[in-house]
Design a protein around this ligand. Structure first.
Ligand code: ZN
Ligand code: FE
Length: 256
């Protein structure tokens, strides 16, 4: 199975998974890079998976469906381009001989979903849209901090080796903030240096993996004493885990 991030717009990735004959894509905000890849690798598109309703994730869906006849799968509770097969928590998608499980992860949007496969080339794999980023998380446009914290907790409970396929290359700017939150985290400074080298060589930083994210991502570490201390220096009124998480997210929103 081949996993390819197709760059789109300024910083989106459209994930393409294929077995040399059939393919699925996730969050095609633009049809053109997907059509080009299907032609280049001589693939038939079987499924289009969509995590949430934002245009940078859905803009290419209709053109791809028309061009390929692929089935579109998306969240149960969002306004989406029709027709699509709507999926909620526990639903499954069968494609390319794989089973993908749907997780509801509200926060960035109210109905955001993620797709988890227990085994792709020997390791689990997660398509998490704009919920979890490397060293960061999505902005809370529709959901509450409590919802986002619960969603990130459910993703953080997946196996260590899970390959994390995020929908944006936000890693360097997220790392700048993460290093401000946890200046004493050695795993974080090591990863920041490695990510800078990758970006300087025009390479992507994704997929990440869950073990790394648990060590370096402040939004998966909001119960760590060092993170709580840093958040309270930003907002002394942040008491309780949801309030600390909310203040951490607010701090990131204001961070330059
Ligand atoms: Zn989004
Ligand atoms: Fe997005």
């Amino acid at each position: 199975m081949k996993l390819i991030p197709l760059p789109a717009f300024s910083d989106n990735y459209i994930w393409l998974l294929h077995d040399e004959r059939h393919a699925l894509v996730v969050d095609p905000g633009d049809a053109q890079p997907v059509l080009a890849a299907l032609q280049k690798f001589n693939l038939q598109l079987q499924a289009i998976l969509v995590t949430h309703h934002h245009p940078d994730h859905t803009g290419g869906v209709a053109a791809l469906r028309e061009a390929t006849g692929a089935t579109v799968y998306g969240p149960q509770h969002e306004v989406m381009p029709e027709p699509l097969t709507r999926l909620g928590q526990g639903a499954q998608v069968q494609s390319l001989g794989l089973r993908l499980d749907v997780l509801e992860v509200p926060g960035h949007t109210a109905g955001h979903i993620a797709f988890y496969c227990a085994d792709v080339n020997g390791a689990p794999l997660l398509f998490c849209g704009d919920t979890l980023f490397s060293a960061g998380c999505g902005r809370l446009f529709e959901g509450t901090p409590a919802q986002m914290l619960a969603s990130l907790d459910s993703l953080a409970a997946l196996p260590d080796a899970t390959q994390i396929c995020c929908a944006h290359e936000y890693t360097l700017s997220n790392l700048k903030f993460a290093c401000a939150v946890e200046p004493g985290n050695a795993a974080l400074s090591d990863y920041a240096a490695a990510a800078q080298r990758l970006r300087a060589a025009q390479q992507g930083t994704l997929p990440s993996n869950l073990l790394l994210e648990r060590r370096i991502n402040p939004f998966l570490r909001s119960r760590q004493p060092d993170v709580i201390r840093a958040v309270r220096a930003f907002d002394a009124s942040a008491q309780g885990e949801v309030a600390v998480f909310a203040a951490l997210r607010q701090w990131k929103n204001e961070f330059q």
